[in-house]
Design a protein around this ligand. Structure first.
Ligand code: CP
Ligand code: NVA
Length: 339
C-alpha cells in the first residue's frame, strides 16, 4: 500500500482497502507508542495547521502526532494569517506548499480545502469542513474495531443532525467498510439525497446497508453502536438553536435508548459534547429553553450525563484515537518506505 503524496479530503477518495490499511497502521502506531518504541520516521519534515474554527482534539492530535514522527509544526489560528483576508486560498497554498511538507486545514467551505489541495503540491489533510470530518471517522472506527474486533457487519446508528459533517462522513465510512448504518433523525435533517445515493452504490459492493428512520426505538433496536454529535455545529448562527432543539430534543441519547440497543452496545460522540452543567454555552442554552423542552435541563442536550459517564461510553478512548489515526494519515501520505 503506497499512499505517498495523497491528500486526505474525504473518505470518498479512498478505497475500502486503503481505509482499512490506515486503521491497521493506526493500531500499530498506537502499540508502538504504548511500548515506548520511537517512530520518528519523518524527522526533518515540517507541517502547518490552518484553523479557521476552534479545536481541542484535532489540533492536539496533529501536533502530538507530528512531534512523535519527528516533525516540526506551525499553528495558524482563525486570526493569525493573511489567508482568506488579504490573500486568496490559492496563493496561500502556493506559498505554504513551498515551505512545508504537509498542510492541515479546518474551516467552513469544503471547496476551500479542495482548492488548497489543488495548489499546495504537498499532501493536504481535512481537519473538518462544514461538509466532512474524515479524520474523525478513522478514530471512531479504530475504537469500534478495538471493541468488537471487526467493522464489517457492525450495526452503527447515528442519532441527531444527520446532514452535518459527522452524519455525512460516518455514512460514507460505513458504506465503504461494509457496516449497517442507520441515521435516526427528523426527515429534514437526513443527508442530501445525492450523497445517500452515492453511498448506496458503494454499499452494493461492500455488503453495507444504509437506512433512515425518524423512529428512535426502531433505529436503535439491538444495534452495536449509538453515536451522536452536537445539534448545532461550528459556523451555524446562534439563532438556529431554538429550531434545532425543537427538531431534536426527542432524539437526545438517554438510558432508555441505550437499553434498546444490544446489551454490549457502546456509546460514541466525536466531542465536544453538551452533557452537563459545566459549560457556559450549554447552561445558557438550557436555561433559555428548558421550560419549553424539559429534556435540555442542566446543560444536557444531545446526550444525558448518565449515558456519557456510563460504562458503555467510549468517548475518551475515541478522543485519544484521534492522535493515533491522524499520525497514521500523516505517515502514510508523507512516506513511501514505511511498512
Ligand atoms: N472531535 C473534534 O474534532 O474535536 P475538536 O473540535 O476539539 O478538534
Ligand atoms: N458537527 C460538529 C463536529 C465537531 C467535531 C461541528 O462541526 O461543530
Amino acid at each position: 500500500m503506497n499512499l505517498k503524496g495523497r491528500d486526505f479530503i474525504t473518505l470518498l477518495d479512498y478505497t475500502s482497502e486503503e481505509i482499512n490499511y490506515l486503521i491497521n497502521l493506526s493500531a500499530r502506531l498506537k502499540k508502538e507508542k504504548y511500548d515506548g518504541k520511537p517512530h520518528k520516521h519523518l524527522e526533518g519534515k515540517n507541517i502547518v495547521l490552518l484553523f479557521q474554527k476552534d479545536s481541542t482534539r484535532t489540533r492536539c492530535a496533529f501536533e502530538v502526532g507530528a512531534m512523535d514522527l519527528g516533525m516540526g509544526v506551525t499553528y495558524l489560528g482563525p486570526s493569525g494569517s493573511q489567508m482568506g483576508k488579504k490573500e486568496s486560498i490559492k496563493d496561500t497554498a502556493r506559498v505554504l506548499g513551498r515551505m512545508y511538507d504537509g498542510l492541515e486545514f479546518r474551516g467552513y467551505l469544503h471547496t476551500d480545502v479542495e482548492q488548497l489541495a489543488e495548489h499546495a503540491g504537498v499532501p493536504v489533510w481535512n481537519g473538518l469542513t462544514d461538509m466532512y470530518h474524515p479524520t474523525q471517522i478513522l478514530a471512531d472506527f479504530l475504537t469500534v474495531k478495538e471493541e468488537f474486533g471487526k467493522l464489517e457487519g457492525i450495526k452503527f446508528t447515528y442519532v441527531g443532525d444527520a446532514r452535518n459533517n459527522m452524519g455525512n462522513s460516518l455514512m460514507i465510512g460505513s458504506a465503504k467498510l461494509g457496516m449497517h448504518f442507520t441515521a435516526v433523525a427528523p426527515r429534514e435533517l437526513w443527508p442530501e439525497q445525492t450523497l445517500v445515493e452515492h453511498c448506496q452504490e458503494i454499499a452494493k459492493d461492500t455488503g453495507a446497508t444504509i437506512n433512515f428512520t425518524e423512529d428512535t426505538m426502531q433505529g436503535t433496536k439491538d444495534v452495536d453502536v449509538i453515536y451522536t454529535d452536537v445539534w448545532v455545529s461550528m459556523g451555524e448562527p446562534k439563532d438556529v438553536w431554538h429550531s434545532r432543539i425543537k427538531q431534536l430534543s426527542d432524539y437526545q441519547v438517554d438510558s432508555a435508548m441505550m437499553n434498546n440497543a444490544q446489551p454490549k452496545a457502546i456509546f460514541m460522540h466525536c466531542l465536544p459534547a453538551f452533557h452537563g452543567d459545566d459549560t457556559d454555552v450549554g447552561m445558557q442554552i438550557a436555561n433559555e429553553f428548558h421550560d419549553e423542552y424539559p429534556r435540555v435541563k442542566n446543560g444536557e442536550m444531545e446526550v444525558t450525563d448518565e449515558v456519557i459517564e456510563s460504562t458503555q461510553s467510549r468517548v475518551f478512548p475515541e478522543a485519544e484515537n484521534r492522535m493515533h489515526t491522524i499520525k497514521a494519515v500523516m505517515l502514510a501520505t508523507m512516506s513511501d518506505d514505511y511498512e
